[in-house]
Ligand binder design. Structure first.
Ligand code: NDP
Length: 334
């Protein structure tokens, strides 16, 4: 597929340009950035033939089939709406938008235009997460009692910009990481939280936005979910634990960008390692997105998935700021 990049970002540079090019016929034809100079240098260093500051110019290029949006969060909505209006498929970074109304508008526009809208929730494309989901769905863990997600990281120096000090750009750990945890929990348990309670904190990096959060989610099945995310933890690793009446699954180092980590299943029969596929998460995400776009199907991480993870993250932030339980109503997502 032939792509334009909207946003000359770190994630595109580190993972997504390679993932787009790894597909059959995968071509990155344009990069559009707010800065002419940055766009030109980025294009040169990544061997992208066209660059500029005018998204419309890239969208007018009939060769471009799809747009990958990885600008800062406040730009996702307008750039996606423009790409959809031009008839391009859109793979948008998370959070899909800053508000529920914006995200819902993007989904409606993509449906009306007959293009595929996806969100880059990479974790559901990890072999580890697919193996966990399969273990849960097949009943190996019995009835699920609880799921705990550990997603505290140490934000690398080169990313300590808008995430830490710019609420208008969608900064803060909740839009950044809670959305990923929300998508992961939804993907693994195949249900959506009914309500959340939460606390957030500024613990060393955030300036005007939270850099840490903990929340507890009530699931319709009765399962309890705990989600911990932070930018400020230098020495920990990520992971998740799922506990059921027949078994526990301990997943270490799996809230990650690379296909790594280890899964251990604990049942009455003892402890065993669970194998999983180690294909690149981002290559898998793009492969599935392109297949959906070609077939006119919903993406494997769809606009609706992006909307729901955003709704949950916003509910966590509201719960933390208000000190009250927030109920979730997914009516707008149906
Ligand atoms: P960056 O901070 O690297 O880039 C964001 C924007 O900042 C760029 O698009 C660019 O603006 C601008 N920028 C960056 N460097 C320069 C520069 N040297 N000169 C001028 N402008 C510059 O963002 P990330 O890559 O960390 O995140 C981008 C998006 O991707 C976010 O929405 C984030 O949430 C998401 N993300 C998703 C991940 C995932 O695994 N799914 C992982 C990491 C991020 P412009 O748009 O104008 O080019």
């Amino acid at each position: 597929m032939i792509w334009a990049l909207s946003g000359a970002s770190t994630i595109a540079s580190q993972y997504m340009i390679g993932a787009l090019r790894a597909q059959e016929g995968g071509t990155v034809r344009w990069v559009v950035s707010g800065s002419e100079d940055h766009a030109r240098r980025y294009a040169q260093s990544h061997d992208i033939p066209h660059s500029g500051t005018d998204l419309a110019a890239a969208l007018e290029d009939p060769a471009v089939e799809a747009v990958y949006i990885s600008s800062t969060n406040e730009k996702h909505h307008a750039q996606a709406m423009a790409a959809i209006a031009a008839g391009k498929h859109v793979l948008c970074e998370k959070p899909l938008a800053l508000s529920v109304a914006e995200a819902a508008e993007m989904i409606a526009a993509a449906r009306a235009a007959g293009v595929t809208l996806g969100v880059n929730h990479h974790l559901r494309h990890a072999g580890s997460h697919r193996a966990i989901r399969e273990a849960i769905a097949s009943g190996r863990l019995g009835r699920i009692l609880s799921l705990r997600v550990f997603h505290a990281v140490h934000l690398p120096e080169h990313l300590r910009g808008w995430r830490l000090d710019n609420p208008a750009a969608g900064g803060g750990v909740i839009p950044d990481i809670t959305v990923h945890n929300a998508d992961t929990v939804r993907f693994l348990l195949q249900e959506d939280p009914a309500s959340v309670i939460a606390e957030s904190a500024v613990s060393g990096m955030g300036q005007g936005v939270e850099d840490s959060a903990m929340s507890v989610w009530s699931m319709p099945s009765g399962a309890m979910v705990f989600s911990h995310e932070s930018f400020t933890h230098p020495h920990t690793t990520s992971g998740l634990e799922v506990h059921g009446t027949e078994g526990s699954l301990i997943a270490r180092d799996v809230m990650a960008q690379d296909p790594k980590g280890a899964l251990e299943l604990i049942t009455a029969a003892g402890r065993s390692a669970l194998p999983f596929d180690t294909t690149s998460l981002y290559e898998t995400a793009v492969r599935r997105f392109e297949a959906a776009a070609r077939d006119g199907r919903e993406a494997s991480a769809s606009g609706t998935d992006g909307l729901k993870s955003l709704m949950i993250a916003l509910a966590v932030r509201d719960a933390a700021q208000s000190g009250t339980r927030q109920s979730l109503d997914y009516g707008v997502a149906s």
